[in-house]
Design a protein around this ligand. Structure first.
Ligand code: PXG
Length: 463
């Protein structure tokens, strides 16, 4: 490989490259880490460090890095037809084959797909599609979306508005009107004095309360991630989603599952909805559909909306140049073939997922870990100052101390990428991880936790 001069790349990066969600003054001072290569679950930076990627890139590299077959599939498609659009009554073979394949993998009742380039565009499309549906149903007053605090639905204006991230709402307003939020089903945050199942029903009840305050005839849809990802791997109690479904049905409201993270095996099913007891009308997907090798997203459209849109809608005036991009669709088809051939979904459900779950539960023994949980191949642990008799009795750190970020730095030093959301450390590993890989990962996490304790003690932040 060509020799990469880290300092030169960092200087050019600081001068010209605006990164997502980044404090550029701070980045320029520290210099960006330059990633240069990936293979399986491993990444290499320009300094030669080998790092275990427990975040799958950004919740997406489900089949792991460096899969030769992906390059070949993309190469072949580029040679044959690198691009053609799907406007003006034209189509292309990979887009058609992928749409048919996705319908086969989706829960029953999903017959149609709209392609986008990202999860944000998928959710933007959903806002326009849902509102169009209610126009066609001659109930245009039904335009309000109900979402949740701390949800992440993307970075376009509709995505930010649907999302419930306070830091994003604070910038670049005004947001899209007609979107309201209820609290997230976080047992840790709100479930004191209740069993998890009791809490799930209470949290779903917040939806019904909000429907009543805004007026049921004004509500278009409820949107949620089966498990909230960017918000910190918030795993709802088992009672939550069935109750949400019951409430949506009662008021005739559309139910949207944002499966951008949870889809394509992440939760041990092709779609997280299946394992969470969700019967959605629309599904947003992206990320794992191509394992991030090429950008692609889209919306799986259930019969209720799809039939109305296609039978009596006329033109739906919406779409992107790259909707159904043949190269992206060819990448997705190959990615899905790999997931099927290696039975990764069943492996996560039956073998490596439970193994990861047991390993995370064992991490609760660590003095710094107050709570640890997982679902399929997402997991999280909460750093606490001291432990009480139950999860609601732990003594947490002062948020201003930034203990999560400090721990994240130790993770990097231990050769593992883990994300910090406040003082919750989270992972979403590649689905190809084996039991041995999981052992290796837990070893590195434990080392980093020990080093975090040592630093906190040296700074007088822990006894
Ligand atoms: N929905 C969900 C549930 C997501 O997780 C999007 C939509 C938007 O997808 P695009 O492809 O437009 O980025 C996402 C993206 C994080 C983080 O910090 C998570 C995402 C994006 C950026 C950062 O965990 N998820």
């Amino acid at each position: 490989m060509e020799q990469i001069d880290t300092r030169t790349i960092q200087a050019l990066d600081a001068a010209h490259y605006l990164h997502p969600f980044t404090d550029h003054a701070a980045l320029a001072a520290s210099g960006a880490r330059v990633m240069v290569r990936g293979d399986g679950i491993w990444l290499w930076d320009s300094e030669g460090n080998r790092i275990l990627d427990a975040m799958s890139g950004l919740w997406c590299v489900n089949i792991g890095y460096g899969r030769q077959r992906m390059s070949e599939a993309v190469y072949q498609q580029m040679q044959t037809l690198p691009f053609y659009n799907s406007f003006f009554n034209t189509t292309n073979v990979p887009a058609v084959m992928l749409a048919a394949k996705l319908v086969e993998l989706a829960p029953p009742g999903f017959n149609r797909v709209f392609f986008t380039n990202s999860g944000s565009e998928a959710n933007d499309t959903i806002v326009r599609m849902v509102r169009r549906y209610w126009e066609l149903m001659e109930q245009p007053e039904r335009h309000i979306f109900i979402s949740r605090n701390n949800a992440y639905h993307g970075s376009t204006i509709a995505g930010v508005s649907l999302g419930g991230m306070a830091g994003m709402h604070a910038q670049g307003g005004p947001l899209l009107p007609g979107i309201v939020h209820i609290d997230q089903p976080s047992y840790l945050e709100h479930g004191q004095g209740m069993t998890e199942d009791e809490f799930g029903v209470v949290a779903a009840g917040w939806l019904e309360e909000r429907i009543k305050t805004v007026g049921p005839h004004n509500v278009a849809a409820f949107i949620g991630e089966p498990v909230q990802g960017a918000g910190g791997v918030i795993i709802p109690p088992a009672s939550y989603w069935p109750e949400i479904g019951r409430i949506c049905k009662k008021y005739g409201i559309l139910l949207v599952a944002d499966e951008v993270i949870c889809g394509f095996g992440r939760l041990g099913a092709w779609f997280g909805s299946e394992r969470m007891g969700i019967a959605p009308d629309l599904i947003a997907f992206a990320k794992g559909v191509t394992s991030g090798y090429i950008p692609l997203g889209g919306v799986l459209v259930g019969e209720r909306v799809g039939d109305v849109l296609t039978a009596r809608g006329g033109d739906f005036n919406h779409g992107f140049t790259y909707s159904g991009h043949p190269v992206a669709c060819a990448a997705a088809l190959e990615n899905i073939r790999i997931i099927e051939e290696e039975a990764l979904v069943a492996r996560v459900a039956e073998d490596t997922g439970p193994y990861l779950g047991a390993a995370f539960e064992a991490l609760r023994q660590h003095r710094l870990v107050g709570h640890a949980d997982s679902f399929g191949f997402v997991a999280g642990l909460n750093l606490v100052r001291s432990k009480g008799a139950n999860v609601h009795a732990h003594e947490v750190f002062d948020g201003d101390l930034g203990v999560g970020m400090l721990c994240r730095a130790h993770m990097f030093d231990a050769g593992i990428i883990m994300r910090a959301v406040g003082d919750r450390m989270i992972i979403a590993p590649p689905l190809v991880m084996t039991r041995d890989d999981i052992d290796e990962m837990i070893g590195r996490i434990t080392l980093a936790l020990d080093n975090t304790v040592a630093e906190l003690q040296a700074k007088g932040m822990l006894p």
